[in-house]
Design a protein around this ligand. Structure first.
Ligand code: CTP
Length: 398
């Protein structure tokens, strides 16, 4: 899958830079065109001559050649590339990528890149585990950067732990999988609902829930990365729409219902990830309700169950549901699966640490209509989204 792919390989100043030589050789052997961009410090770990010989192209370090003034355009590099890979990625470079620092050619190329970006972190175990590094990685992930996780083992410092750059083979297969996936859902139109809904009580107050939309956005991004045309019907969130995804913003459950029905009409399937309010105020006051001494009784009326409605209309289209439960998880999820006519349902339990609202991670199980149940480990929401997209492919591509 890497044949003819144009890859910018960013190499930063880590002892793992020696593995970048093997990485270039493997990428070239797979048929990729590789343009190496090194930081100044990386040159202390592996020579430009080695990298230029293996990649069959002069490597780039500076913004311009001091000898003849030739400009190395980071913009055209970013446009040229089908993917950018930073391997090894030091804690320093990851922090700069997360904050938008642009003080070398590698970083300006990253900021200009419109292609998918991969990073393979390499550092000492404590640097990797540090909250600063983890937050930077979380931020990069939330912007769509794919992290090839480091392995555990002996580190250059002599300590043992997680921080060793993934082996070149693993990095090549992560890229390979990505390019394989890219086309798998081409030609399919899919809808994802995500985020909370907001039900006004009066012009200043509302009823809502803790959904951040992260899981739904990750699913929309993953499906789009696999070539699907994705529409994301989203309640209010603080997130940017993933690359290539069309977002339809809604507020109330009623507005989400209308948009979801309209969009589903031209889709091959839908993933219902939104945390839709089950009840909405029976009456919305046109003016701010004034505080009185007594208790305030607010009458609520049920909202439309969007998933159940689409379940009745779906025909042979794919419909995927979500269930966030606190007890008797599988029984409740199985009940929703049947009641709403889902093909499969993704279950997460609030009893699992790291699962549910707001986290960057999730621990899911997938219950299929035929009774199969697949359990998954605690993973980043991006990786959980890939598992869900694999299940979607299982239905759409059979
Ligand atoms: N859902 C929906 N519209 C609603 C309520 C739920 O589309 N009005 C979808 C959710 O997006 C999710 C699935 O239905 O895919 C299950 O949502 P959940 O809130 O767990 O189900 P409920 O039927 O509301 O059950 P509960 O009593 O547990 O709230």
């Amino acid at each position: 899958m890497l044949k003819g792919k144009k890859i910018v390989l960013g190499v930063t100043g880590s002892i793992a830079a020696y593995k970048a030589a093997i990485l270039v050789r493997s990428l070239v052997r797979e048929g990729a065109e590789v343009q190496v961009v090194m930081t100044a410090l990386a040159r202390q770990f592996i020579t430009p001559l080695t990298m230029a010989t293996l990649s069959r192209r002069p490597i780039l370090v500076e913004f311009f050649d001091p000898e003849n003034g030739q400009w190395n355009s980071h913009v055209s590099l970013g446009e040229w590339a089908d993917a950018m890979l930073v391997a090894p990625a030091t804690a320093n470079t990851l922090a700069k990528m997360a904050t938008g620092v642009a003080d070398n050619l590698l970083l300006t190329t990253y900021l200009s890149a419109r292609c998918p970006v991969f990073v393979a972190p390499a550092m000492d175990l404590d640097m990797y585990a540090h909250t600063a590094t983890q937050q930077n990685l979380g931020l990069l992930r939330s912007r769509g950067v794919q992290v090839v996780e480091p392995g555990e083992g002996e580190l250059a410092s002599g300590l043992t732990g997680k921080g060793r750059m993934a082996e070149p083979d693993e990095i090549v297969s992560a890229l390979d999988r990505f390019f394989c996936k890219r086309r798998s859902l081409a030609g399919r139109r899919l809808m994802v609902t995500a985020g909370p809904t907001v039900e006004p009580i009066d012009p200043v107050r509302y009823i809502s829930n803790h959904s951040t939309g992260k899981m739904g956005y990750a699913i929309a991004g993953e499906l789009a990365a696999r070539g699907a045309e994705v529409v994301l019907v989203s309640g209010p969130t603080a997130l940017d729409a993933p690359a290539g995804v069309r977002r339809v913003d809604v507020g109330t459950a009623a507005a989400m219902c209308e948009a979801a029905q309209r969009e589903f009409a031209s889709c091959d399937g839908a993933v219902m990830c939104a945390a839709v309010a089950d009840y909405t105020p029976a009456e919305v006051s046109g003016v701010k309700v004034k505080k009185g001494g007594e208790a305030w009784r607010l009458e609520l009326k049920p909202t439309e169950d969007i998933a159940a409605l689409l379940g009745r209309q779906k025909g042979d289209r794919l419909l995927v549901g979500f269930a966030l439960e606190t007890n008797d998880e599988q029984a409740h999820a199985g009940d929703k699966l049947r009641r709403k006519n889902f093909d499969f349902i993704v279950l997460n339990s609030l009893r699992d640490a790291g699962a549910g609202f707001g986290h960057d991670t999730n621990k899911i199980s997938i219950l299929h209509r035929d009774g199969r149940v697949a359990g998954y480990a605690l993973k980043s929401k991006r990786e959980a989204a890939a598992d869900i997209a694999d299940a979607v492919e299982g239905y759409l591509l059979k």
